[in-house]
Design a protein around this ligand. Structure first.
Ligand SMILES: NC(=O)c1ccc[n+]([C@@H]2O[C@H](COP(=O)([O-])OP(=O)(O)OC[C@H]3O[C@@H](n4cnc5c(N)ncnc54)[C@H](O)[C@@H]3O)[C@@H](O)[C@H]2O)c1
Length: 256
């Protein structure tokens, strides 16, 4: 049996109701942490806590709402007396938007409010507690911060913003708090949906084969990296972005 790497720590994981955030919450629990699972989807986050057990505590609300964010941070501190780890994972995770000429200001703003401003709001509210704990923050960006498909302006911009916000925070909160970002590539999240909505991912052989690692990613892959970044193994690591994409962004593609 290996030692629990986050024993005694308290974590706040946003967007923990499903997908990558739920897998991070589960893995943090397995590593000994208590986890406040914060999500706007009540049914999803209550299902996560019901499934994962009493080391999790659900808070329903939006990362884009200052009062909701304050409630989530307060809940962590009231529950355990401290906040050691924050994972800014919640996002409107769909990359595609309407073609540029049809992309409304309302839609652009909606994506920025959740994905970028939400990360700022959680970071700001958590900072005093993370400083006391000499804790760690992990922000979810994307390989789309560095490369694009057409019609992805809003999502892509937020993920580029999260990269910049990460190194800004790493310097502002130094030396008390380490702040790093994870940039996943293609992660199939179907197995981490709420119970009753799960199904095997519908993936073609070519989907796997185009990755140098030979497969599409899983939320567990990202959760393993998050544990490392939150743990005492990473005390000399801050302000960085860690790409986890099975090597996909290292492969040159020329038309045949
Ligand atoms: N899955 C991928 O391939 C992939 C790739 C790169 C980056 N990412 C990033 O990883 C993170 C998780 O992605 P995912 O695929 O697991 O997404 P997902 O859609 O499966 O889960 C996102 C969760 O965030 C919650 N959420 C959405 N808006 C919220 C809000 N305003 N307040 C609180 N919670 C909110 C949702 O309810 C949901 O539970 C996101 O930041 C995403 O941009 C995912």
């Amino acid at each position: 049996m290996t030692a629990e790497r986050l024993a005694g720590r308290t974590a706040l994981v946003t967007g923990a109701g499903m997908g990558i955030g739920r897998a991070i919450a589960a893995r943090f629990r397995d590593e000994g942490a208590r986890v406040v699972a914060f999500d706007v989807d009540r049914a999803a986050v209550e299902d996560a806590v019901d499934e994962l057990g009493d080391r999790l505590h659900a808070v329903v609300g939006s990362v884009a709402s200052e009062p909701d964010v304050a409630r989530a941070v307060d809940a962590a501190v009231a529950w355990t007396g401290a906040l050691d780890i924050v994972v800014n994972n919640a996002a409107i995770a769909r990359a595609e938007n309407p073609p540029l000429e049809q992309l409304s200001l309302t839609e652009w703003q909606r994506v920025l409010d959740v994905n970028l401003t939400g990360t700022f709001l959680v970071a700001r509210a958590a900072a005093p507690h993370l400083r006391i704990a000499r804790g760690a923050m992990i922000n979810l960006t994307s390989t789309r911060a560095f490369m694009s498909e057409p019609d992805t302006e809003a999502y892509t911009t937020t993920k580029g913003g999260v990269v910049a916000l990460t190194h800004a925070l790493a310097n502002s909160l130094a030396p008390d708090v380490r702040v790093n970002a994870i940039a996943p590539g293609w992660i199939a999240t179907d197995a981490w949906k709420p119970r009753g909505q799960r199904h095997p991912p519908e993936l073609r052989p070519i989907d796997h084969a185009q990755h140098p690692a030979g497969r599409v990613g899983r939320p567990e892959d990202v959760a393993g990296l998050a544990v490392y970044l939150a743990s005492s193994d990473a005390t000399f690591v801050t302000g960085q972005v860690f790409v986890i994409d099975g090597g996909m962004t290292t492969r040159m593609i020329y038309a045949p």
